[in-house]
Design a protein around this ligand. Structure first.
Ligand SMILES: [Zn+2]
Length: 245
């Protein structure tokens, strides 16, 4: 019964409470995002992006600042400050890496507020949000749409013709499971159809865990995006680009 309710709720969440952003610029856009976030994404990841004159989006849990997650050293406040100074985007990922489909809206709202207070305390501002685990249901999607300018989920490949600002799709960039062919196909499709591909990963390491990328794989995606004349923009700047008249 519970799983039936959950399936129904996920179906409703996917198909309701949408806010469409038309993608009609005849120009493909690729966004690189990192979740949680490990220090390596802020340091090595950002350096690689900048080598390609690109900037990324970092969805941060304040509860992970200065911590260790899955054996990976997490970001420091200094890492976040440096990212902002260099033109990267910082977004919210809840304070406690909360599964928003499992917790009450009241709990989730308090966790968002806690993360916002954490950012405020460090004079960092945020606007966008990524659901931890890509997990959301209709109540959390609606609640997030009232708090954040956009929400990113996981899955969905590249977005063609339009994107739901309340549930932006994203493709994982994981060295163990995302093949070079998949990256090439998605970027070709994005370029050919003027779509928007949002990639997401966690750590950037020569020996990443199952949810991380290698410097080589990240560079491959950057190189292919450039070779196919895609714009590379943080998520908030990509929205601005698609909105311009
Ligand atoms: Zn996460």
């Amino acid at each position: 019964m519970i799983s039936y309710y959950k399936k129904l709720s996920r179906f409703a969440a996917r198909h309701m409470a949408k806010r469409w952003l038309p993608l009609n610029k005849n120009q493909g856009v690729v966004s690189f995002s990192f979740d949680d976030v490990p220090a390596s994404a802020c340091q090595l990841g950002a350096a690689l992006l900048e080598r390609y004159d690109a900037r990324g989006t970092y969805y941060v849990c304040g509860g992970l600042t200065d911590g260790v997650e899955q054996g990976q050293q997490c970001h420091s406040v200094e890492d976040l400050r440096r990212l902002i100074e260099r033109g990267h985007e910082i977004g919210c990922h809840t304070f406690s890496h909360t599964n928003c489909a499992e917790e009450s809206v009241d709990f989730v709202t308090k966790d968002w507020r806690r993360n916002r207070d954490f950012f405020k305390q460090h004079q960092l501002s945020i606007s966008g949000f990524a659901f931890p685990f890509g997990a959301y249901d209709l109540p959390s999607k609606v609640a997030a749409s009232r708090v954040f300018s956009y929400n990113r989920i996981t899955g969905g490949g590249t977005q063609i013709a339009r994107a739901d600002l309340h549930a932006l799709g994203a493709q994982s960039l994981y060295s163990n499971t995302t093949t070079a062919d998949t990256i090439l196909e998605l970027i070709q499709q994005t370029a050919n159809e003027g779509g928007w591909l949002i990639l997401y990963s966690h750590e950037v390491s020569a020996t990443p865990g199952p949810w991380g990328t290698t410097p080589e794989q990240l560079e491959l995606a950057l190189r292919l995006a450039r070779q196919h004349s895609c714009k590379i923009l943080p998520v908030n700047k990509a929205i601005d680009f698609f909105r311009t008249e």
